[in-house]
Ligand binder design. Sequence first.
Ligand code: MN
Length: 321
Amino acid sequence: MSNLDRAPVPSVCGGRGFVVAEPVRELLSPRRVRLGASTEVRRLLPNLGRRMVGAWAFVDHYGPDDIADEPGMQVPPHPHMGLQTVSWLHDGEVLHRDSTGSLRTIRPGELGLMTSGRAISHSEQSPSSHARFLHGAQLWVALPDTHRHTDPRFEHHTELPRVTAPGLSATVLLGTLDGATSPGTAYTPIVGADLALTRGADARVPLDPDFEYAVLSMSGEAHVDGVPLLPGSMLYLGCGRTELPLRAESDAGLMLLGGEPFGEELVMWWNFVGRSQEEIARAREDWMTGTRFGEVKGYDGEPLPAPELPSVPLKPRGRVR
Ligand code: MN
């Protein structure tokens, strides 16, 4: 998905200064963002209280929305730079097209992983004939300096490793959880996992004390380290944990996001992750003049124009506030 905000605020993030070294329980409230006519998403990252969790730099939760009589998700071609996008669905499907020639339908339980590298453009749509409900998460992973100029590519993984315990089934999207490693290409030490809990579950998930973590609630009523978490909210957990206690009052769906704290400072604006304002301005210019980001073939409609760059120079604000 794209950041469709018409007046996106640039944010500077990354660096280790604001990583919490100890276990904490910091509840992050979502910001509601309208995407087009019918869709509203809950944005958890970047958040007023926190900008990154490991290399995870952007988290939107959307739905479940009844789109039976609506077009559903309709995001025209738009560019990305310096990041990977992770598409993850609990209901519905998303038709993905990109400038490397990919044409794929992503379904629940399948990983759509797009590595923008130096430049890619893509569109995302609910197919014309689609399921009644659309429910999912759109996440971005920042690429480290050593890999951010890599060639763009799209990966579609329909088979993902699973870790199970009584009442818990964990699907590993990215990185490694409890010895199970996703086939998705990762460029930093990271983990992303979908945690499906059944009613009454009382489980513990093993964690890496060197990673920082957060848990996003997708559905149901669950307690994460004793904190009740409602769908569309996220709990930041800090570092220094070897396991995470989970309890479910009903069937519940969570996403565990974690990774080694991202040491490099980033500049994020619209759909770009860079290292300076000049780099972001050049990317915007290249998109608007039709260079570098390629063409999304087969999409019926105009590409998304970039918003104006704010004239105020970027000021480093660190990982929080
Ligand atoms: Mn996108």
